[in-house]
Design a protein. Structure first.
Lengths: 396, 469
């Protein structure tokens, strides 16, 4: 069996044509054969979802679906696959929870619908009694070995919880009283899902960031890894989708989104949005979708002493600190962002983020405006940095 | 008389509840309900219109490209904008790749376990009780193809991602065309995948459908429904006009399609958990507010779309019939056969689209969003007729309505008490075992239901105290 270090190396390594899971599979198989690990039972629970995560799982090529279902995991319940239906299907869930308590992995897809005690999301009927999604989730979660929330909706509410959130949807972590491993994205990348499952099977819980997302996939921003990054540095900006240049000015959310899309790429490593000429919409961000909209609108200008500065100027001035200027949901992103990392010296991944509770954009703008009025100073990098540090400390 | 309820009905895009009334081993009445509500139409209001065709995709992860298309078309109508020829062709390639993915998964992963038994392990066990008539040796073969279909459907999404950046939820379709550009490498890779899929569809998928049909010929008689078929047309040519799959309307098993008129579309909420606004059934006007306590007759989150006041079925069989490409009959088995035959036609078209791509021409027409506009995007998708209606005021979306194929097919009863097309199709289905009802699943799955799509909107904070299904 691979050491954990070697495993992580494999996960980070993405060579065109070789999928992560393909690299992992032989190791999982040999570990299985040597009795080091067992094929874990999996219950895949779909709640308020578009089924996109299931389709993303189906899109696995190495291992292919056969290897996944027959060799890697024991997919006890997944209503897209189960031969049986109705009550016998519900029996599978009950039996697994009873007989394999503490052994099965619970994967949740879709947001948890809470409106009217969850009756906007009925997922089963037994003797004419209707069973809600939230009820099933609450029953299964404490019995599972791990709870994995795949996709933006399960992890953070996502598109299912967008304003005005008619179904009162929330993420899994908001309703279960235990640790949830979040694998966000809209949908989550096949390899993020399978790579996380593989880590759980072989080594247990992976290292997580402050949103409980595995750092091996969500450890760096898209902007950091982006092949168009050089255009940003050079001030070469596209003015319309499909053009050459950095998409920052037409709304790219890469600077505030943690995911490895630029290096991993999608669907067997053939493409990804920015390469295909369209800005990143930040689907792996906890703030997706509301905090990432409008998709084609430039992240807010920052008000700096001496007047409003366009971000490209800030980019040029602040250089590596550019991510700061371009936060939209700001505080959360500032803290978890690259800027934050520089500011709080690498501790950001372990700090809980207060970002969602405030309207950070306003805070930053207001506070910076205030400095502007008070000091009448010229644009000064130091002032901004100090002020931000203050804001962050306050928020903590 | 026995009444039986099934939930979850697995192997479809969930969740769907079906209740059937059985008399002497035959289904005599049926009610189909959507039991998940998310409310996308409301979420699509008050947004930057440019976001809608990307965001609307999140209605459905299995046919996301369909919603991107309808959303983009609606905005193009609103802004009076034409996509470039390259843009149209690439969009067609994206949607067609999604067809391949969807149809392979629909037949093998979702439908096949109704007719043939899979390997002796979860999720294929426990097995549903039923009349498995295909000999074991052939079942084995079918399941070899099941796994190959799984690989090829992933490949089809790879083909989609070449042009759409990623799948599901591609990102390159925007009003005016697509942001991705053609190059020799992409075309070559697409061809390679396409050829593999083509070979599989011709040599495996098509014969496998006929194998199932051979052992279950009674399903040519089961699942007839009204014989009312509707299509908005799909796969425009490079001039952005429907050519190979045109819009049309068929009533009562006729073979003479008549012209489709968008004005005749209406949507009612008689049996749906929404408040009724007297006289308002027009997608441009309709609002959606819940009304559970007031409406004992309601039983679904799905609304009841009507064309010329009648219930209509849509999907591959409707398209093939309207366009004169398949007219053997209208039944459960015909739906499967039409789906695979249509896929073969689409694959042939994909070769021609790849050929027509012009490497030196743009894929995108630029546009300026206008503060005041409205447009409807009507186009078919895998499961049938899809419409997006958008109104823009002060630069934001002020009204968004969606009518999906699964709403057409899985509509509950209307004011006239007429059953929805699927409910009607279930009537007369013989059932062997009341504990299994495998036959009911067969009839429903042939429509390729998608309930992520079927249900969308509600608003207001009304109580759901008397919520009953």
């Amino acid at each position: 069996m691979l050491s954990r270090r070697e495993f992580l190396k494999l996960c980070m390594q993405t060579t065109a044509g070789i999928t992560l899971a393909g690299l992992l599979r032989p190791n999982i198989l040999s570990a299985l054969a040597q009795g080091e690990i067992t094929r874990p039972p999996v219950i895949w629970l779909e709640l308020g979802s578009c089924t996109g995560e299931s389709i993303s799982l189906d899109n696995t090529q190495d291992p292919d679906l056969k290897q996944l279902l027959l060799e890697m995991v024991e997919m006890r319940y997944h209503w897209l696959f189960n031969a049986t239906f109705g009550e016998p299907a519900l029996d599978i869930i009950e039996k697994t929870a009873r007989e394999d308590e503490g052994k099965f992995i619970l994967v949740v897809e879709g947001s948890v619908v809470t409106r009217e005690e969850g009756r906007y999301n009925i997922i089963g009927a037994r003797n004419n009694r209707l069973i809600t999604g939230i009820e099933t989730l609450k029953e299964l979660a404490p019995k599972a070995k791990y709870v994995v929330a795949v996709g933006a909706c399960a992890a953070f509410g996502g598109p299912g919880a967008a304003y005005p959130n008619p179904s009162h949807a929330v993420g899994v972590q908001d309703v279960v009283k235990r640790k949830v491993i979040n694998v966000p994205g809209c949908p989550s990348h096949t390899e993020w899902i399978i790579g996380t499952l593989a880590h759980l099977v072989m080594y247990g819980e992976p290292e997580l960031n402050n949103y409980n997302c595995p750092t091996l996939f969500f450890g760096k921003t898209i902007h950091e890894l982006c092949h168009r990054r050089v255009h940003f540095e050079n001030g070469n900006f596209a003015s319309y989708p499909g053009e050459e240049g950095c998409f920052y000015k037409i709304g790219c959310k890469g600077p505030v989104t943690y995911a490895d899309c630029p290096t991993r790429q999608w669907n067997n490593h053939v493409n990804w949005p920015i390469e295909a000429g369209i800005p990143c919409i930040g689907c792996a961000s906890p703030h997706f979708p509301d905090g990432m909209m409008p998709y084609f609108e430039h992240l807010p200008d920052i008000y700096l002493p001496g007047g409003k500065k366009r971000v490209e100027k800030i980019g040029a001035t602040l250089g590596g600190l550019s991510a700061l200027g371009i936060t939209t949901h700001a505080l959360g992103s500032v803290i978890s962002g690259r800027m934050g990392k520089n500011l709080i010296k690498g501790t950001q991944l372990k700090e809980p983020s207060p970002g969602e509770k405030v309207k950070p954009q306003e805070i930053i703008i207001n506070k910076l405006d205030k400095i502007n009025q008070e000091t009448k100073e010229e644009f000064d990098q130091e002032v901004i940095l100090n002020k931000l540090e203050e804001i962050i400390t306050e928020q903590k | 008389m026995v009444r039986k309820k099934i939930l979850p009905l697995t192997r479809l895009h969930e969740p769907l509840q079906v209740e059937v009334e059985v008399n002497n081993g035959v289904v005599t009445d049926a009610w189909v309900s959507g039991t998940l509500f998310r409310g996308f139409e409301l979420m699509l209001e008050n947004r930057d219109p440019r976001d809608t065709c990307i965001y609307a995709q999140r209605i459905c992860g299995i046919c996301s490209t369909a919603h991107a298309m309808a959303g983009a078309l609606a905005l193009e109508k609103a802004y009076n904008l034409e996509p470039t020829p390259n843009g149209v062709l690439i969009r067609n390639l994206i949607v067609a790749s999604d067809f391949i993915q969807n149809n392979l998964r629909h037949f093998y992963i979702l439908s096949l376990p109704d007719y043939a038994r899979g390997p002796d392990t979860p999720p294929f066990r426990p097995l549903l009780k039923g009349d498995y008539k295909i000999p074991e040796s052939k079942e084995k073969k079918l399941y070899e193809n099941y796994w190959e279909a799984a690989i090829l459907s992933a490949k089809a999404h790879q083909l989609l991602a070449l042009w759409g950046a990623k799948a599901p939820h591609q990102q390159t379709i925007i009003p005016g065309g697509v942001t991705e550009k053609p190059n020799a490498n992409k075309i070559n890779m697409s061809l390679a995948i396409l050829k593999k899929v083509d070979k599989f569809v011709t040599e495996k998928y098509l014969p496998d459908v006929y194998t199932v049909a051979e052992y279950y010929p009674e399903y040519y008689q089961i699942g007839k429904s009204y014989g009312n078929l509707l299509s908005f047309g799909i796969f425009p040519n490079e001039k952005n006009k429907f050519e190979d799959f045109q819009a049309g309307v068929i009533t009562n098993f006729s073979t003479q399609p008549v012209k489709f008129d968008p004005q005749l579309i209406s949507e009612e909420v008689t049996s749906s958990w929404y408040e009724e606004v007297e006289g308002v059934t027009d997608p441009w006007q309709e609002k959606t507010e819940p009304a559970f306590d007031k409406k004992p007759e309601a039983y679904s989150w799905v609304k009841t779309p009507r064309y010329d006041t009648k219930p209509f079925e849509s999907g591959p069989l409707a398209r093939m019939w309207i366009n004169g490409k398949y007219r053997r009959g209208i039944s459960t088995m015909d739906r499967h056969i039409a789906r695979v035959l249509e896929l073969k036609e689409i694959i042939n078209l994909m070769y021609t689209w790849l050929e027509k791509l012009n490497l030196n021409q743009p894929t995108l027409n630029k546009y300026e969003p206008q503060p005041q506009a409205q447009g409807a995007g009507l186009i078919d998708t895998m499961r049938g007729a899809l419409g997006h209606w958008v109104k823009i005021e002060k630069g934001r979306t002020s009204h968004y309505q969606v009518i999906t194929p699964s709403a057409w097919n899985f509509a509950p009863r209307g004011k006239d008490k007429l059953r929805g097309p699927v409910e009607e199709a279930l009537i007369g289905t013989p059932v062997d075992n009341l504990d299994s009802l495998i036959e009911v699943g067969r009839v429903i799955r042939a429509f390729d239901p998608c309930f992520s799509c079927a249900v969308h909107a509600v608003q207001g904070g009304k109580s759901l105290r008397k919520f009953k299904i």
